[in-house]
Design a protein. Structure first.
Length: 390
């Protein structure tokens, strides 16, 4: 019963320009997750580690970074296992590919000819492990944007030397209305016709699984989020291939590897006594590995005054990343609304229409800003002395 560990989208060496001084720390978090994934493979006595593309964030990597990754990979064949990987759309197999420049197997100290560490390419599209009854097929192009589906016309069914047929593809499953196009695109019908028992996918950073025909497929997701707002990342997949009385079974188990966690915290504005109370409620979740997204919702009393910059200074340092959005609806002004044919009425009607349009378009930040403008505008129109313009 072959046992596999499937990972993808590690993105070693990502620059994280948006993180400023925290970029180096995030790169180390990604490398640590990569190392923990290999630790898991050793602990679970995995036969083959599959890496479905984008092990590196780009082909422009210092040699020392490639060597560092190769040394980690070398631990698997040193313990009797194997590693099979494919280039992705970031570490694409073009003329400048690091997989052309560097021999990962040599850098990893793998014995020549052992197939302990194999990079599948258009020149070498498959590797067979007779002792495991397993063949692994890599469907790879030498351009970032594929000229056709990697599974177009492909079938592993003719490979009669083995019991198990596993594929590696880095790209997007086409889903009508959701994923109509991408650099590398394939369909569920092509998966079903592939003759594969398991298709290990990369490119989507959240764990997903499914079945097409007799083929089980899965996206492992990124072991550690590449961007710190990628909820659903942080896992690898253990894959058990079993055959009992001629009936094949593919069993998947997602295992958490990444440290980064996510929390979306909705706070009812009506229950907030003031900014100090809000800050205390947020700080109760303090965690250096937590990305927290706080939304103020409900109806916001006119008496509630939140200074967002000040709030961030009070609580932001307690988290890996902090975000605050005021999505609360301003309290309705006392008395009847201003007549539609007046300037106040036109103002209210215009802002409410723009808020509705922003909500419909999913533009949460714009909608929050417009709600705040409407709240302050209503106060100003009701009693100018209650608003200080700066």
């Amino acid at each position: 019963m072959p046992r596999l560990l499937h990972m993808a989208d590690v993105h070693l060496g990502a620059r994280h320009h948006d993180l400023g001084q925290a970029a180096a720390e995030q790169r180390e978090r990604q490398f640590d997750a990569f190392r923990r994934a290999l630790d898991l493979a050793l602990q679970e006595h995995v036969d083959v580690v599959l890496i479905a593309g984008d092990l590196f964030d780009s082909n422009q990597q210092p040699r020392r970074s490639v060597e560092r990754a190769a040394v980690e990979l070398g631990r698997i064949p040193a313990a009797g296992g194997r590693v099979v990987l494919i280039p992705g759309t970031h570490d694409v197999y073009d003329h400048s590919s690091l997989y052309r420049i560097h021999d990962l197997a040599v850098l990893a100290g793998v014995q020549p000819g052992s197939d302990g560490l194999v990079v599948l390419t258009p020149e070498r599209p498959e590797v067979v492990y007779p002792g495991l009854g397993l063949a692994v097929f890599g469907r790879v192009f030498d351009t970032k944007r594929a000229p056709r589906s990697p599974l177009a016309g492909f079938s592993a069914a003719e490979e009669s030397r083995v019991t198990w047929r596993v594929g590696l593809v880095h790209g997007s499953l086409r889903i009508e209305g959701k994923v109509p196009d991408d650099d590398v695109l394939f369909t569920a019908e092509e998966i079903a016709a592939s003759g594969l028992d398991y298709l290990a996918l990369g490119h989507w950073h959240s764990f997903q699984q499914g079945k097409a025909g007799a083929t089980t497929w899965a996206y492992a997701g990124a072991p550690e989020p590449v961007a710190v707002d990628q909820d659903g990342a942080g896992q690898v997949v253990l894959v058990d291939l079993d055959e009992t009385a001629g009936v094949k079974a593919v069993r998947l188990e997602a295992r958490r590897i990444g440290r980064t966690r996510f929390l979306r915290l909705d706070v009812d504005a009506a229950e907030v006594a003031g900014q100090p109370a809000l800050a205390e409620r947020i700080r109760a979740h303090a965690d250096p590995d937590l990305v927290i997204d706080v939304r103020l919702v409900g109806v916001e009393p006119d008496t509630l005054d939140i200074n967002e910059d000040e709030l961030e200074r009070q609580v932001g340092g307690a988290f890996l990343r902090y975000r605050f959005r005021n999505a609360a609806t301003p309290a309705a002004a006392d008395g009847p609304p201003p007549p539609a044919d007046t300037i106040p009425g036109a103002f209210v009607r215009d802002l409410e229409g723009r808020i509705a349009a922003a909500d419909a378009a999913g533009q949460a930040d714009d909608a929050a800003e417009l709600r705040e403008a409407l709240r302050l505008g209503r106060i100003l129109l009701d009693d100018p002395s209650r608003v200080t313009l700066v």
